[in-house]
Design a protein around this ligand. Structure first.
Ligand code: HEC
Ligand code: HEC
Ligand code: HEC
Ligand code: HEC
Length: 183
């Protein structure tokens, strides 16, 4: 009798082959430590944990830069990472030894750096967290020429240090602020 179901057999055979190939591929391609702890590669934990460190804390700079560290630590910029302005620790120190220079911004570069965080134009910046200024209005209100650079009035590591010192001299700073100069 003529058989009409050979196509069904072929499909079943094909599906069986695909399932076998799929199973084989899974066996061969799955990394050996997959599923050791969960739905990920167990060895990934060790690999990530052993990445060489590129960044460090501000405290890591203290042993060699106690002077700058101290000013920074007690100023309004204490929450800002030294590395944001100077670049990564790993380019500078290896195994506790000096290995390379970190960049130090100068002149107009400093203005660009400060404006990156303090520009009034950045609308999404919450004012109660970070105070912003409009340029050149900020300089106009201080009655200075527009080519003044931020660090002529603001200490880069403690931006209110000079200003509060001046205010104290003029008797404009009182109470607790006068004690620590509100740096
Ligand atoms: C093991 C000591 C050591 C540590 C830790 C260290 N530095 Fe330095 N740093 C040096 C030395 C030495 C120099 C001076 C190089 C020179 O004068 O040419 C220097 C210079 C610098 C300079 C000035 C570069 C210049 O050309 O004037 C900056 C900025 C600086 N370090 C930032 C940092 C920051 C930020 C950290 C922490 C993330 C840090 N350093 C941690 C040893 C260190
Ligand atoms: C907001 C950006 C900013 C942060 C944060 C910052 N610095 Fe600086 N730093 C500067 C700039 C700009 C200069 C150079 C201009 C100046 O000294 O007025 C500088 C200068 C330096 C110098 C060179 C001083 C010299 O006279 O050669 C050292 C060293 C240094 N910083 C270390 C640090 C360390 C350590 C920290 C963290 C504790 C830090 N800085 C945090 C911006 C910053
Ligand atoms: C990475 C972002 C960042 C950079 C870059 C930066 N600042 Fe700041 N600055 C802050 C934050 C955040 C505060 C607020 C800290 C606080 O209020 O505790 C602050 C505080 C200040 C204040 C005090 C405002 C007040 O009245 O409380 C002044 C002034 C200031 N910065 C000036 C500067 C100058 C000048 C530069 C460039 C040398 C600079 N900042 C670079 C983030 C930054
Ligand atoms: C001629 C001096 C001078 C220069 C230059 C200057 N500032 Fe100021 N800045 C001041 C004084 C003074 C204050 C404090 C005003 C006050 O307390 O009423 C101030 C306050 C600030 C504040 C806090 C604003 C607030 O709402 O409380 C920020 C942020 C600031 N400056 C950033 C900068 C940046 C960024 C630059 C460079 C682009 C810069 N300043 C240049 C003198 C200056």
């Amino acid at each position: 009798m003529q058989s009409y179901n050979t196509h069904v057999k072929r499909i079943v055979l094909l599906l069986a082959i695909m399932a076998l190939v799929g199973y084989g591929a899974k066996k061969v391609l799955t990394p050996s430590t997959f599923g050791e702890y969960g739905h990920y590669r167990g060895a990934a934990i060790e690999k990530e944990a052993n990445r060489p460190l590129k960044h460090m804390t501000n405290y890591s700079c203290k042993s060699c830069h106690a002077f700058e560290w101290e000013i920074h630590e007690y100023g309004k910029h204490k929450t800002i990472s030294c590395e944001f302005c100077h670049g990564p620790y790993a380019n500078h120190v290896k195994d506790g030894k000096y290995v390379g220079r970190l960049p130090v911004k100068k002149g107009l570069e400093i203005k660009t750096l400060c404006i990156r965080c303090h520009n009034k134009e950045i609308k999404a910046r919450p004012k109660d967290v970070i105070k912003t200024i409009k340029m050149p209005d900020h300089l106009k209100s201080q009655h200075v020429r527009e080519d003044h650079i931020c660090n002529q009035c603001h200490h880069v590591h403690a931006p209110l240090r000079y200003i509060n010192r001046a205010k104290k001299v003029l008797g404009l700073l009182t109470g607790k602020e006068a004690g620590n100069e509100g740096r």
